[in-house]
Design a protein around this ligand. Structure first.
Ligand SMILES: NC(=O)c1ccc[n+]([C@@H]2O[C@H](COP(=O)([O-])OP(=O)(O)OC[C@H]3O[C@@H](n4cnc5c(N)ncnc54)[C@H](OP(=O)(O)O)[C@@H]3O)[C@@H](O)[C@H]2O)c1
Length: 381
C-alpha cells in the first residue's frame, strides 16, 4: 500500500515507519522541520537512532517520501495542489501525530489533536481507499474503572487531563465520520508505550523517560547526602501510589507491529483495538524493578494521607512528577476481544514487563542522559 503517515518523527511514529517500510509499503511521511533541521534529516536521525542498520538511503525517494509541513491549517498547511496529489497517491492515511503533553493549554489540544484529526478525516476521504487508521489511546477511558471494551467510547466522560479528553473527542470525530459513511476507519488504542523490547529504545521526550530520569537525579542527590553522613543509615524514599493498582505498559515495537498487521486485514476496518498488555503489571512490581534497575536503597509507595508528611526531597520529586501521579491510583482493565478476533493466530504477544526489560530501558535512559550532558558540556566549552 501507499500510506500517508503523520507523526513519523515521534516515538511510536519512528518504529512504525520502519516497520511499514520493512513490510514493503510505500510511505509518504508528513513531518515538520524543527530547530533548523529539515523534516528529512529529523526522520533520518530518528530512524538511525532506533536502528542503525536501517537502509535509509535506499528507501528515500523509492519507498519513502517526505512532505515537509506541520499539521496546522487547511490542507495540513500544504499547497492545495500538493495536498490532492498526496491524497490521490495514497491508499490510506495513518494519523498518528498528536500533542502528547499531559497538561498543555486546551487551545493546543483543540488545534493539534481535535482539528488535526478532522483534517486527517478530510484527507482520508480523498485517498483511494477512503481509509483512516487512527492512533487513539487506551486512556480515552478516562477515570472509568472495571472492564473497558474496544467498541465503547464515552466522549463526554471524566478525564484526568486535557490530553485524555482531547484524544476521546478526536476518536469520537473518527467514529462519527466512519458511521456517516464518509470514510472507513480503524482505531488503535495503545496503553503507556515504553522502550523497545529489542533494545530499550525510547524518545527522550517521553513521560516514562522523564519519570525515570527525574528519579535517577534525585537518587544522585540522596547518595551525596548519605555519603556526607559517613554512617550507614536505612533510607526509604516515598512515592505516592497504590501498590495494588496496575500499570499497563506496552513496548513500542509491539504497538508498531500490531498496527502494521492490522492495516493489512480487511476485517479490521470499522473496529477499534486495545493495543495493551494482557497481563498488566502491579505498581508494586514496577516499583521493585525500577528500584533494582536504578540501584536505589528503597523506594516505597505510600498512601494519599502520607503526602503531607513527605520529606522536602520527596515533596520536590512529587511536585515535579505530579502530572503522572494521577495514574498511580487506579486503572481499568482493557478488554481485547476485537484484537484477538481479528488477528487470531497472528496476534503478537507483548514481552512480559520483566526486571530485564525495565533494566534495559533504564540503562538506555542513563546512557542517553550521559550523552546529552556531554553534548551540553562540549557546547558550553
Ligand atoms: N506514547 C504513549 O505512551 C502513547 C500512548 C497511547 C497513545 N499514544 C498516541 O500515539 C501517537 C504517537 O505518540 P508518541 O508517543 O509517538 O508521541 P510523540 O513522540 O510526542 O510524537 C508526536 C508526533 O506528533 C507530531 N506533532 C505534534 N504536534 C504537532 C504539530 N503541531 N504539527 C505537526 N506535528 C505535530 C510530532 O512532531 P514533531 O516531532 O515535529 O514535534 C511527532 O511526530 C499519538 O497519537 C499519541 O496520542 C501514545
Amino acid at each position: 500500500m501507499h500510506i500517508f503517515l503523520t507523526g513519523a518523527t515521534g516515538f511510536l511514529g519512528t518504529v512504525l515507519l520502519r516497520d511499514l517500510l520493512i513490510r514493503g509499503h510505500t510511505v509518504t511521511a508528513l513531518a515538520r522541520a524543527k530547530h533548523g533541521i529539515s523534516a528529512l534529516d529529523r526522520i533520518r536521525g530518528r530512524l538511525f537512532d532506533y536502528d542503525s542498520n536501517f537502509l535509509f538511503d535506499q528507501a528515500i525517494g523509492n519507498t519513502l517520501f517526505i512532505a515537509q509541513q506541520g499539521l496546522s491549517g487547511e490542507y495540513f498547511g500544504l499547497d492545495k495542489e500538493d495536498y490532492f496529489r498526496y491524497a490521490g497517491l495514497a491508499d490510506m492515511i495513518i494519523h498518528n501525530a498528536a500533542c502528547t503533553e499531559l497538561e498543555a493549554d486546551w487551545s493546543i489540544y483543540e488545534e493539534v489533536n481535535i482539528r488535526g484529526t478532522k483534517e486527517a478525516i478530510e484527507f482520508a476521504a480523498h485517498t483511494s481507499g477512503k481509509s483512516l487508521a487512527y492512533t487513539s489511546s487506551a486512556y480515552v477511558a478516562g477515570t472509568r474503572s472495571g472492564r473497558v471494551y474496544e467498541d465503547e467510547l464515552i466522549a463526554e466522560g471524566s478525564f484526568r487531563n486535557g490530553y485524555e479528553q482531547s484524544k476521546a473527542l478526536s476518536e469520537n470525530e473518527v467514529r462519527k465520520a466512519a458511521s456517516s459513511g464518509k470514510i472507513r476507519a480503524m482505531i488503535f488504542r495503545p496503553s503507556i508505550i515504553i522502550g523497545s523490547s529489542s533494545n530499550g529504545w525510547m524518545c527522550e521526550e517521553h513521560h516514562f523517560f522523564d519519570f525515570i530520569f527525574r528519579l535517577s537525579l534525585i537518587h544522585k542527590i540522596i547518595l551525596k547526602q548519605l555519603s556526607s553522613l559517613k554512617i550507614k543509615v536505612d533510607y526509604q524514599f516515598r512515592i505516592p501510589g497504590d501498590p495494588q493498582t496496575t500499570k499497563n505498559f506496552v513496548p513500542v515495537d509491539y504497538v508498531a507491529n500490531s498496527i502494521s498487521q492490522l492495516i493489512e486485514k480487511s476485517q479490521a476496518w470499522g473496529k477499534a483495538f486495545h493495543l495493551t498488555h494482557p497481563y498488566p503489571l502491579k505498581l508494586k512490581m514496577l516499583e521493585g524493578y525500577v528500584q533494582k534497575a536504578l540501584g536505589w536503597l528503597e523506594i516505597k509507595l505510600c498512601s494519599k494521607e502520607e503526602i503531607k508528611n513527605l520529606s522536602p526531597l520527596e515533596q520536590r520529586f512529587f511536585r515535579s512528577t505530579k502530572i503522572y501521579e494521577k495514574y498511580f491510583w487506579e486503572e481499568p482493565f482493557f478488554d481485547q476481544s476485537s484484537l484477538r478476533l481479528v488477528l487470531g493466530s497472528c496476534l503478537p504477544v507483548p514481552e512480559p514487563i520483566s526486571q530485564e526489560l525495565v533494566s534495559q530501558i533504564v540503562e538506555f535512559i542513563k546512557v542517553k542522559h550521559i550523552r546529552r550532558k556531554n553534548l551540553k558540556l562540549n557546547r558550553d566549552k
